[in-house]
Design a protein around this ligand. Structure first.
Ligand code: SAM
Ligand code: SF4
Length: 498
């Protein structure tokens, strides 16, 4: 039964919940207004751009006219100022660390026909698989053996992979433990990237312990959206546009926006992401926890290979990243292994806060050797960077960056409105720094070789020196606490966080 392609999209849409957020029957993407804002900002003067940069540096979210002005900058020197500020804003809000995670693909059955995707219903190139709960546990054990603590669960959209299957899978993941050097290790946070759901279904995955719920709008431009989403529930632009609003209604206060760059003009998509953040802020007082900006990659079985006029080259990609960093300064930003190492390194320095390591995007890819080597298997698209988690951590450490596996914010209730306040004041970054050190210390102890441990400990000592110089920590017990926890981790304790 599962091998059949079903066009049952409309049955997955609850029309009342789709339309409940409209204002005067309109949604928050006004294409004409965005086009006007982009056109009117043509050739902005440098004094105005510097004012906008200063506003972003004070961790204030920008208004659309301000973002439109940044998108129109032509002067290379001004772009250099924007790039430099983007890196500094990241340092203020999130400090000097990169959070890492692994994608876990559990099913590629899909009712939708997104023309760019290898999982689309009409593709015969894709082998269809859905992992059983035992398969999932095997995958998680393999991921735990590399040191991962955070997972993003990914699935196609199909009745066989609805909310119950996702919730069961999350339970299997949280229940799976391994012993590493005599100590128990498990996944501490599961984010989910799956189809838009009804509020009732979202409550089920909230109960199962979701971290962040991610839905990428792909493109905010309606006719471009319709061109590549031909059938299935995903062909309904608004059902997707309000997926994160429904999540908020279901009590999931940690949501992530994204656009697939290459489907329409990149400037328009950046404006769409900003309007999405603004509408979430307006209604719930909370913007997106993270923003993703994947570029379209080659996918076996995809029909749409990209319109050359919308292809985002590396120079423009860096602009996308920097302008998002300035426009929504409080949000985390994710660059995935879709991007090759060189450009990944560049945009990490421009404000990205999260990236994946050892990524396998075939179904069962962490377990099956065949999946890893097969290019015509069950992969959604091709990756640009196949570095293992260990290599990624070593490379980042060599540049002075700590890799964090921190999940403390979520487990201490620092989510939603609470975390937004802490991020905007720059205080969350201070906790991030401490917890990054502790989780990095755990990883080098359990998974690093002697050279990695030496490099890692040197880096941590530098971080301690920075902490001692920082006024925020002066007179606070946090400094002695992080050093005490560091010692206790060295002696074998695990999962200590602040
Ligand atoms: N099926 C669900 C959906 O579409 O929302 C969830 C996961 S989908 C597997 C995750 C994301 O991968 C999509 O939202 C899309 O942005 C991205 N994606 C799909 N095809 C891609 C491609 N060829 N290159 C890069 N990213 C792609
Ligand atoms: Fe299915 Fe998601 Fe791929 Fe679209 S992008 S075909 S919904 S898996």
């Amino acid at each position: 039964m599962l091998t059949k392609n079903l066009d049952i999209g409309s049955k997955l849409i609850n029309f009342k919940e789709r339309d409940m957020f409209l204002e005067e029957l309109r949604d928050f993407i006004d294409e004409d207004l965005i086009a006007r804002q982009i056109n009117m900002a043509d050739n902005p003067d440098s004094a105005k751009i510097r004012e906008i940069i200063a506003k972003a540096r004070s961790i204030e979210r920008l208004e659309p006219e301000e973002t439109a002005a940044l998108l129109n900058v032509k002067d290379p020197d001004l772009w250099d100022e924007i790039f430099k500020s983007a890196g500094e804003i990241k340092k203020t809000v999130y400090d000097n660390r990169i959070v890492t995670f692994a994608p876990l693909y559990i099913s590629n059955y899909c009712v939708n026909n997104c023309l760019y995707c290898g999982f689309r219903s009409q593709s015969t190139a894709s082998k269809r698989h859905q992992l059983s709960q035992d398969d999932i546990k095997k995958e998680v054990k393999n991921l735990l053996q590399t040191g991962h603590k955070r997972i993003i669960l990914v699935s196609g959209e199909h009745p066989c992979s609805g909310a119950e299957y996702l919730a069961d899978s999350m339970k299997s993941i949280y229940d799976t433990k391994i012993l590493r050097q005599g100590r128990e290790s498990g996944i501490r946070r599961i984010n989910v990237n799956a189809a838009p759901m009804s509020i009732g279904d979202l409550r089920k995955i909230k109960e199962a312990g979701i971290g962040t719920y991610q839905v990428f709008q792909e493109t905010y431009h309606r006719s471009s959206y319709s061109r590549v989403h031909l059938s299935g529930a995903k062909s309904d632009f608004r059902w997707r546009l309000y997926a994160l609003h429904r999540a908020m209604e279901a009590g999931i206060d940690d949501v992530a926006v994204g656009a697939l760059f290459g489907l329409y003009d990149w400037r328009f998509e950046v404006m769409g992401l900003l309007y999405h953040a603004i509408d979430l802020e307006k209604r719930y007082g909370i913007g997106p926890h993270t923003v993703s900006f994947p570029r379209l990659n080659y996918a076996e079985g995809a029909e749409y290979k990209g319109d050359p006029s919308y292809k985002v080259n590396d120079e423009d990609f860096k602009k996308v990243v920097a302008v998002i960093r300035l426009s929504i300064p409080y949000s985390g930003m994710i660059v995935s292994a879709r991007e090759p190492k060189a450009i990944r390194d560049e945009v990490l320095a421009l404000g990205c806060t999260q990236t994946d390591g050892s990524a396998q995007i075939g179904i069962g890819g962490y377990t099956s050797e065949a999946e890893k080597s097969s290019s015509a298997g069950s992969k959604q698209f091709e990756l640009g960077d196949n570095r293992s988690l260990g290599q990624l951590i070593r490379d980042l450490a060599a540049k002075g960056t700590i890799t964090s596996f921190c999940t403390a914010g979520y487990r201490c209730g620092r989510t939603g409105g609470k975390i937004m306040g802490l991020l905007k004041s720059g205080h969350e970054g201070k906790f991030c720094k401490l917890n990054a050190i502790l989780t990095f210390k755990e990883w080098i102890e359990d998974f690093g070789d002697q050279a990695m441990r030496d490099l890692g400990n040197q880096l941590i000592q530098k971080e301690f020196q920075e902490i001692e110089r920082d006024d925020f920590y002066k007179g606070k017990r946090l400094v002695s606490l992080v050093k005490e926890y560091y010692q206790r981790i060295e002696k074998g304790e695990r999962d200590l966080y602040i």
